[in-house]
Write a protein that binds this ligand. Structure first.
Ligand code: NAD
Length: 502
């Protein structure tokens, strides 16, 4: 059986007494086992990172950026193999695996320009002969803890700005999809990154706690489910670390009566069921305004859903593949049963789907609920599967209230032809990322990504300028130089010269 180990100090390190299974979601079979590290292993990684970081921080920013440029080239060279590996552990179709890599690479491309963003500020002549300048310096050793659903993109969101700014990075990827992060470590090394600047430690809660408690790790970026994000945020902040913790989501697609309904429905179906709904920016709730809109949207949704093809992740015709594990599949099925027991109308039931030749795979057909109410737990919780819930709103204000009052506040989309309405909605909705006729409004790499409420704990977003701020700290220097004796009396500063021997 293939074993997935750690990557420390520029080489694969095998050291574990505990393991977790890595499944092939297409077949349900265990395809590898990943080592689960502990605090002792982390110590080795931190020591290696701390040693490497000093030299890396002293390397001029443009030379550091050249390593990032080369890394982009190497990932593009190996893109097909990376996508196949990613999809074999996650279950997302190959096109989605390419998207996962692409959106991550865009952040690396952005980080190639980091030298410009860490130049600092200067005021010459803040007082007579006095200059003030601020420097952006790296934090030292920093860490990232990532979820299963974007094994390339989310590690790259974190490590690219961190490394470009001169930090050493320790990644703790999801134990369910560990192989692509390990491969990225090898590519960083090949790109010329010094040994120890990028390390991968595999593990579960034990490793996460060790990271949160380690005194030399200055900052931790986390992406995962909300309860764990809140726990990680609290424990890390209590240990004095800078923290940014992104959590779960329940994103709404609001459809106004004047929307292009065919386009809106096509967008919503792609955003609700793509990647089997396992995206934090998926649209698992559709809220049409008015009964006539709702009836029309439902009819179109049913037709579109009936045309969806669920298949193995390597099937180029498939719209989506299996979910990640049997346990996750069972959890989604439980939520479907809950929705039924809470009184929602089950318009399409995705349970019981079996693919010929892949009977052990973790497949679920698309599920559609209508007449879902805001009081239902199946609406309030994140399901994270191919389940779309329709909540009928009787007015624009009622539709605006739904995402605004929901505990999560990651993304939201509004579909309309009315610019004034859309603008008003975007201004007032209590959600961090808004799409106007854009179903998955993941900001481009030079903006930044972050949700509100239970979708995000901490002040700074992922990537963009916020990412640079997160991985650097500002030092401000106020300087006054004694006058040069040879030119004494030449400058206005002389009156302020610090008393000297003269
Ligand atoms: P998860 O919370 O189970 O795991 C995330 C990370 O936390 C993993 O590395 C895991 O090993 C670790 N972990 C798990 N249990 C832990 C515990 N008890 N204590 C400490 N650490 C623990 O999340 P997941 O299932 O891998 O990913 C799906 C979730 O991530 C969804 O909720 C999704 O919405 C969310 N997500 C959010 C974003 C975002 O940017 N907001 C992006 C992607 C995914």
């Amino acid at each position: 059986m293939q074993q997935v180990s750690h990557f420390i100090g520029g080489r694969i390190v095998s050291q574990a007494s505990r393991f977790a299974d890595v499944f092939d979601p297409n077949t349900g079979r265990v395809q590898a086992r990943v080592e689960l590290g502990d605090a002792v292993l982390l110590e080795t990684a931190v020591a290696s990172a701390a040693r490497a970081q000093k030299g890396w921080a002293a390397t001029n920013p443009q030379r550091r950026a050249r390593v990032l440029f080369e890394f982009v080239r190497l990932v593009n060279r190996d893109r097909d193999a990376l996508a196949a590996l990613l999809s074999s552990e996650h279950g997302k179709v190959i096109a989605d695996a390419h998207g996962d890599i692409q959106r991550g690479l865009e952040v690396v491309e952005f980080a190639c320009g980091v030298p410009h963003l860490i130049k600092g500020d200067m005021t010459s002549g803040a007082g007579p002969g006095i200059d003030v300048y601020s420097l952006r310096q790296p934090l030292g050793v920093v860490a990232g803890i990532t979820p299963f659903n974007f094994p390339a993109m989310i590690p790259l969101w974190m490590c690219a700005p961190a490394i470009a700014c001169g930090n050493a990075f320790i990644l703790k990827p999801s134990e369910r999809t560990p192989s692509v992060p390990l491969r990225l470590a090898e590519l960083w090394l090949e790109a010329g990154l010094p040994e120890g600047v990028f390390n991968v430690v595999m593990g579960d809660k034990e490793m996460v706690d060790a990271i949160l408690d380690h005194p030399q790790i200055r900052a931790v970026s986390f992406v995962g489910s909300s309860d764990i994000a809140q726990y990680v945020y609290g424990r890390g902040a209590a240990a004095g670390k800078r923290m940014q913790c992104m959590g779960g989501a329940k994103n709404h697609g609001i459809v106004l009566p004047d929307a292009d309904l065919d386009q809106a429905v096509a967008d919503i179906v792609g955003a609700a069921f793509g990647s089997a709904g396992e995206r934090c920016m998926a649209l698992p709730v559709v809220a049409p305004v008015g009964e006539a809109t709702a009836d029309a949207v439902r009819q179109k949704l049913e037709a579109a859903i009936d045309g969806l093809r669920v298949g193995v992740s390597g099937d180029p015709q498939a719209h989506y593949g299996p979910v990640v594990t049997a346990a996750h599949k069972a959890r989604i099925e439980d939520y479907i049963a809950l929705g039924v027991s809470e009184g929602a109308e089950l318009a399409r039931d995705g349970r019981g789907l079996s693919l010929q030749g892949h009977e052990g795979g973790f497949f679920l057909g698309p599920t559609l609920f209508d007449h879902v109410k805001a009081s239902m737990r199946s609406y309030q919780d994140e399901i994270f599967g191919p389940v779309l819930q329709m909540v009928r709103a009787d007015s624009f204000e009622a539709a605006l209230d739904l995402p605004s009052r929901h505990a999560y506040g990651n993304g939201v989309a509004i579909f309309t032809r009315n610019g004034a309405r859309a603008r008003d909605f975007a201004a007032r909705v209590e959600v961090g990322m808004v799409g106007i006729n854009v179903p998955i409004p993941v900001p481009v790499a030079y903006h930044s990504f972050g949700g509100w409420k239970r979708s995000g704990f901490g002040d700074l977003n992922q990537y963009g300028e916020d990412g640079v701020r997160f991985y650097t700290r500002v030092k401000t220097v106020t300087q006054r130089w004694p006058a040069d004796e040879a030119h004494a009396g030449d400058t206005a500063a002389d009156g302020f010269v610090i008393p000297t021997m003269r």
